[in-house]
Design a binder for this molecule. Structure first.
Ligand code: NAI
Ligand code: MG
Length: 352
């Protein structure tokens, strides 16, 4: 079996953590008897600075020819306010119908999480972020109303179609886990959009009587991430809330650098894209000190999506082995380099 994978390093630390992840992918493919046809695409802010665009005009069409996309992070602060930068991830996720942003949160052994007294069992949940609509549709304008001295708007868009499909995904996912879905919302103040969101999700919930369903407001959910993370199994939430909560998820794991994710097209009519939850971390780029675990975890999520579940599990065991040995990068108060951590995971895979 051969999987054709587009590899996009992107910007900043992408050039270090993506090759780290690729070395793990190669090791696990060899061990589990499948082949990877890896093709590197040099897209991102660096590409923009040279060519005036983040990717070629037919970039999306090119992406469609792959089984999956293995992605670092794009963006550099100096180009963040350009139109292509603002457009890039939203466009890819939308055009490839990656309407699920799957962002697991769990505690790895040997890591000093800010939630020290919690156990591994206490923190094991998934943030399912709606990835194609909601607050991030870029539907708004800056107006120059004289009296207000300027007015700006961003209008969220929630469709029944969009809510139903992300809800079905979440309930099905819960069935494979601990059978609980928490809808994180704010319908008490966003009385139109999120009241509708709640109503449609409640309708879908009725089709899954075996799955426990509850709702929680985003403010309370944020506090609960820190105070009682054990109440969560599958969190179903909007694009903006999911973006924020997943960084908080990274923080309670011990570092933003630990979080892996998938931008998933569940129907598999177009490829899905796998990337760490963080950005390109230009402040630490080029020093071989970035934590590659989020990128490596994303490789496991990718293989799981492609049906290579045993290989995915092997990667997770390699990560746990590595953290339990205290083989940690600087963000986790260790002194291992990016490549030390990757080599440790590779070594575990090759010798276990
Ligand atoms: P960031 O996530 O890149 O960095 C935030 C902080 O976390 C920094 O101090 C960084 O050093 C640290 N950090 C992040 N990943 C790390 C890792 N693997 N190991 C150790 N430390 C790590 O967020 P920031 O600084 O807001 O954005 C930087 C650039 O990345 C911007 O241009 C932004 O637009 C872009 N970005 C891209 C994303 C994507 O491609 N999906 C997502 C978020 C930001
Ligand atoms: Mg984010």
């Amino acid at each position: 079996k051969v999987y054709k994978i587009a590899v996009v390093n992107g910007d900043g630390i992408g050039a270090e953590i993506v090759p780290a992840g690729v070395s793990v992918l190669k090791a696990v493919a060899k061990k589990h008897g499948f082949n990877l046809d890896l093709n590197e695409l040099s897209w991102g802010a660096g590409h923009y600075l040279k060519h005036g665009e983040f990717m070629p005009e037919d970039g999306i069409e090119q992406m469609k020819t792959y089984d999956a996309i293995y992605f670092g992070a794009v963006g550099l602060p100096e180009v963040d306010d350009t139109l292509p930068a603002r457009d890039y991830t939203f466009k890819v996720r939308g055009k490839l119908k990656q309407y699920v942003n799957y962002r697991p949160v769990k505690l790895f052994p040997g890591i000093d999480s800010p939630l020290r007294d919690k156990t591994q069992k206490d923190i094991d949940f998934v943030v399912v972020r709606e990835n194609n609509e909601g607050e991030f549709v870029q539907n708004g304008q800056i107006m120059h109303a004289e009296e207000a001295g300027g007015v700006a708007t961003d209008t969220s868009v929630f469709t029944r179609f969009g809510i139903e499909r992300i809800a079905h995904y979440s309930f099905k996912l819960a069935r494979k886990r601990r059978s609980k879905v928490t809808n994180v919302t704010k319908s008490n103040t966003l009385i139109h959009s999120l009241a509708y969101w709640d109503r449609v999700i409640a309708e879908v919930a009725e089709q899954y009587p075996d799955v426990e369903y509850n709702t929680m407001y985003i403010d309370n959910a944020s506090a609960s991430f820190v105070l009682r993370p054990e109440v969560f199994d599958v969190i179903l939430t909007t694009n903006l809330f999911g973006d924020i909560l997943s960084d908080l998820g990274g923080a309670i794991m011990g570092s933003l650098g630990l979080g892996g994710s998938g931008n998933i097209n569940p129907e598999k009519d177009f490829p899905s894209m796998f990337e760490p939850i963080h950005g390109s971390a230009p402040d630490i780029a080029g020093q071989n000190i970035a934590n590659p675990i989020g990128q490596i975890w994303s490789a496991a999520i990718m293989l799981d999506h492609l049906g290579e579940t045993e290989a995915a599990k092997d990667i997770m065991k390699g990560i746990e082995h590595t953290t339990s040995k205290g083989n940690l990068t600087k963000d986790l108060k260790g002194n291992a380099s990016t490549s030390d951590v990757a080599n440790s995971v590779v070594n575990y895979i090759e010798t276990s």
